[in-house]
Design a protein around this ligand. Structure first.
Ligand SMILES: NC(=O)c1ccc[n+]([C@@H]2O[C@H](COP(=O)([O-])OP(=O)(O)OC[C@H]3O[C@@H](n4cnc5c(N)ncnc54)[C@H](O)[C@@H]3O)[C@@H](O)[C@H]2O)c1
Length: 247
């Protein structure tokens, strides 16, 4: 059960939903985990019981300088970084046709969903290169593979994350670092609760299993992807869509 003992992970978006479930899973399996989220109170409430096993960093993930500072702080505190899991994400305004989308909102969604994955991976890769080992997981979305109508900003930002995953997977393939993405369909979290009902129905109706994924299913697959044993898969986007994406 202590699959991650001796390892150090960074989980972004750890105060809620998928990031929170993944952080608990890694902690339960022995990892030391740096939790990054701008909801510092949420981090405190959820994780203070783990004491020295966690390092909570309140941060706006869209601030590149602060992201670099956070990565430096993790290395100073825990000595290294083995795993990065990017779970921060927002949908932006949805249930809109493309001609109705505001440029400002689209840019905001790209900054949070895509640029954050760039900033964090850029900040941690040098220390992974130095130790010739690393596991990076970006949480993308089925929307990035298929394009959800009514969700231009979100779908395009997640497609960009999938594109970056393919690039990074190849770039570090010979250095012991794997970079993969995960593409969930719908998992009931505060992110989904905040969306218009009609948009959520559009997404859940497309799932052949006719149910949402669970947080446990997301955490289990994420934990496998960032484990030592996942050693021959990189640049890949894993499916978590109840049968929606079969490619
Ligand atoms: N829930 C789903 O159905 C679903 C489906 C596909 C993909 N995803 C993706 O999974 C990831 C996690 O989603 P979730 O449903 O758990 O969302 P969530 O809203 O429950 O959690 C997101 C977390 O990110 C934090 N956050 C948001 N913006 C931030 C910023 N600028 N700086 C720092 N922290 C910030 C929030 O405080 C929150 O704790 C996201 O990337 C999302 O796009 C979710």
């Amino acid at each position: 059960m202590n699959e991650f003992s001796g390892q150090v992970a960074i989980v972004t978006g750890a105060a809620s939903g998928i990031g929170l479930a993944i952080a608990h899973k890694l902690l339960a399996e022995g990892a030391r985990v740096a939790l990054l989220d701008f909801n510092e109170k949420g981090l405190e409430e959820e994780f203070s019981k783990y004491e020295a096993q966690v390092l909570s960093i309140g941060i706006d993930i869209t601030n590149e300088a602060k992201v670099q500072e956070a990565a430096d702080q993790v290395v100073a505190h825990f000595g290294k970084i083995d795993i990065l899991i990017n779970c921060v994400g927002i949908t932006g305004i949805t249930n809109l046709k493309s001609h109705e989308v505001s440029t400002e909102n689209l840019q905001k969604v790209f900054e949070v969903n895509f640029m954050s994955c760039f900033y964090t991976s850029k900040a941690v890769i040098p220390s992974m290169l130095a130790q010739k080992y690393g596991r990076i997981l970006h949480i993308a979305s089925i929307a990035g593979k298929e394009g959800n109508a009514g969700m231009l900003a979100y779908s395009a930002s997640k497609a960009a994350v999938i594109g970056m995953t393919k690039v990074q997977g190849k770039e570090y393939a010979e250095q012991g670092i794997t970079v993969n993405a995960l593409a969930p369909a719908v998992i009931q979290t505060p992110l989904v609760d905040a969306m218009p009902e009609v948009q959520v129905k559009y997404m859940t109706d497309k799932i052949p299993m006719k149910r949402c994924g669970t947080l446990e299913e997301a955490a289990n697959l994420a934990a496998y992807i960032v484990s030592v044993k996942n050693s021959f898969t990189t640049g890949f986007t894993f499916d978590l869509s109840g049968g929606r994406a079969t490619y």
